[in-house]
Ligand binder design. Structure first.
Ligand code: C2E
Ligand code: MG
Ligand code: MG
Length: 615
């Protein structure tokens, strides 16, 4: 309004103190007649009123706001009409009072100040309408936000709840078969035991598949898994909902039968169901199982005891191939000790409690030491030195024997490597159990051990007992062929104990026969044993094999063996098994004595002790 209405009335740009022409006054009055303007005045630069549409304020003292606007920017105040101290008349409606400097002339300069009052009501109304809309939009927005968050939080908490449920399921179930795992089985057994104490008998059984390892080894883990899944399903559908079937690990299942009047019969039935043929990758398979069970509370009053006893019964069933066996305290002493021994042995290997003793094998013709046999011993922290007869047969019942074989191989190869400087031709013989030999990867593991130790294969002899060969001739044959291919020599230990068919023997890639010591000990006093020794020597030579006699304790026996033409002798006469340090000293002394052409002094070995029975 100042720019378009008022300033054009003062083209010359004279200050308003100079007074106003009539034309100017008329122009101003026209402007002031606009109904949106409550009051309009013109002031000079000192703030005094020079023109007023309603003649008000003509002689009043200048307003501060007017003086401020004269030199500065526009000033606007929310007030009421006639509210200023120097206004006359009654206070009027709410208004916005605006002061603005007027500029005119060329070049433009300030000539005075325009003062107008605008009614506040329409502005107020517009503001409230704006605020209203703002509040409404804000409300709608917040509502929508709230709803969105609500939906998100509901779906997230549902997802979380499902995840929690899923995790709880995973923690207590077997991933392969979805059956309860050992944790849940234990908990259910505890609940069942409480019921048993209230008079409802409970049977807890452990079912272990026989020869499942063979399935895994021959058909692969994938097929082993399929077989387990199918057996798990059968067990599950053939028990009542109140019973529990769990997978306790590997090929072991647990069953809790509540309130069964004849658990033995029920378990025989389950065993028979497991027995039935399963088709895996097109092959019809059937697996037998061994079942051990306990009845609570008669056989035990806490879950740990009960489960351990069911385990003992299962081992008894497995050992005797007797199917289903209930726990019997009389069998327990031995079996519990055995179970304990397995656990202890596992830790002993890691804790470095096993040691190897070495027993030399020497050529009978010239006394040259050709090899040393590694014989494992357990330096038990409480029982002292434990001999292999006390723990190897137990270890052979589980895969622990593989861990042991690997350890012995690695240790023996490291030791033989350490003798390379002076005895580069010396070989080391390692005993291998049937169970380890039957593993598909056995030959590969031997080769890896040789590479790891940096020992040529010609310095290793693998000793396998004759009985191990008969247990699984086909598998043993292919393992031996692989070893032979790799350049490792194979010796058949304890020969004469088993009944190897001669045809089979002639086709095996073996290099040595070791006559069992039971025939050697008394060959001079027992003509039958002497005949056996002679026959084995002849047989071996006819098959181009070297023949070793073990258990040579006296010079007379050595003489007898020389007469038969036996190639190598091993036994207390030459040396008892001894620790590696003692072996090195023994070898050095023997070399020295042989150089001097004399007979080496027969030393009592430092390490040989009486056998300590285990248990
Ligand atoms: P083996 O392989 O036939 O070993 C010969 C056993 O006869 C050794 O018993 C040895 O100390 C003993 N012996 C040697 N010379 C004489 C002798 O002149 N007279 C008498 N009476 N005995 C003699 P050891 O060390 O107690 O080993 C027993 C068996 O344990 C071994 O029979 C072998 O089958 C097994 N074994 C030993 N170490 C290992 C091993 O690292 N792994 C496996 N799988 N089996 C092993
Ligand atoms: Mg041996
Ligand atoms: Mg032997």
């Amino acid at each position: 309004m100042a720019q378009t209405g008022v300033e054009p009335l003062f083209p010359e740009g004279h200050p308003l103190t100079a007074g106003l022409t009539e034309t100017q006054r008329e122009g101003l009055s026209r402007l002031a007649s606009n109904k949106n303007i409550l009051r309009m005045r013109l002031r000079d630069l000192s703030g005094r009123v020079v023109w007023s549409a309603d003649d008000s304020g003509m002689n009043a003292t200048p307003e501060d706001e007017a003086i401020e606007a004269a030199t500065g920017g526009p000033v606007a105040v929310l007030t009421r009409l006639n509210a200023d101290a120097n206004d006359d008349g009654p206070t009027g409606v709410q208004a916005v009072e605006v002061y603005r400097a007027l500029e005119a002339g060329d070049p433009g300069r300030r000539i005075g100040v325009l003062e107008i009052y605008l009614p506040y009501a329409p502005i107020n109304q517009e503001v409230s309408v704006g605020l209203h809309t703002l509040y409404r939009d804000l409300g709608v927005g917040l509502g929508a936000l709230y709803l969105t968050l609500l939906v998100i939080s509901i779906s997230m908490s549902r997802g979380l709840r499902q995840e929690v449920k899923f995790n709880a399921f995973l923690a207590e179930h077997d991933h392969l078969t979805d059956l309860p795992n050992r944790t849940l089985f234990h908990r259910r057994a505890a609940t069942a035991l409480k019921k048993a104490r209230r008079g409802q008998p409970v049977a807890i059984a452990i079912i272990d598949l026989d020869r499942f390892k063979d399935v895994n080894d021959t058909l692969g883990h994938h097929n082993g898994d399929r077989l387990l899944t199918e057996l798990a399903r059968r067990l599950d559908v053939n028990t009542r909902p109140e019973d529990t079937v769990a997978r306790l690990g590997g090929d072991e299942f647990g069953v809790i039968l509540t309130g069964a009047t004849d658990p033995e019969e029920a378990l025989w039935r389950l065993r028979e169901i497991i027995d039935r043929e399963v088709e895996v990758s097109g092959l019809p398979l059937s697996l037998e199982s061994s079942v051990g069970y306990v009845v609570a509370p008669e056989d035990g009053n806490n879950v740990d005891d009960l489960l351990q006893r069911a385990d003992v019964a299962m081992y008894v069933a497995k050992g005797a191939h007797s199917g289903v066996v209930r726990y019997d305290a009389e069998q327990d002493d031995y079996d519990a000790a055995k179970l304990g021994l397995i656990a202890e042995l596992r830790q002993a290997i890691d804790a470095g409690q096993l040691v190897l003793h070495y027993q030399p094998k020497a050529a009978i013709a010239d006394g040259k030491v050709e090899a040393v046999e590694a014989l494992v011993r357990w330096e038990h922290p409480v029982r002292g030195l434990v001999y292999p007869d006390s723990f190897i047969p137990v270890a052979e019942q589980t895969d622990l024997i593989d861990k042991l074989t690997d350890w012995v191989l690695a240790r023996a190869l490291d030791d033989i490597k350490a003798t390379s400087g002076r005895y580069a031709g010396l070989a080391v013989a390692v005993n291998v159990s049937a169970r380890s030999l039957s593993k598909r990867d056995f030959a590969g593991r031997v080769q890896a051990a040789l590479e790891e130790a940096g020992v040529p294969p010609t310095r290793l002899i693998i000793e396998i007992t004759e009985t191990a060969l008969i247990a699984d001739p086909e598998r043993a044959g292919s393992a031996l062929a692989e070893l032979d291919g790799a350049g490792v020599r194979v010796s058949i230990d304890d020969f004469g104990q088993g009944q190897t068919s001669l045809g089979y023997l002639s086709n095996l890639p073996v290099h040595e026969l070791k006559i069992d010591k039971s025939f050697v000990f008394d060959m001079l006093s027992n003509p039958a044993h002497a005949a056996i020794v002679r026959s084995i020597v002849d047989l071996g030579h006819n098959l181009q094999l070297r023949v070793v006699a073990e258990g040579v304790e006296t010079d007379d026996v050595l003489g007898g063996l020389r007469e038969t033409g036996c190639d190598v002798a091993q036994g207390y006469l030459l040396a008892r098994p001894m620790g590696f340090l003692a072996l090195q000293a023994w070898l050095a002394e023997r070399t020295r004595a042989r150089r001097q052409g004399g007979k080496p002094a027969r030393r009592r070995p430092v390490t040989a002790k009486r056998k300590v029975p285990v248990g």
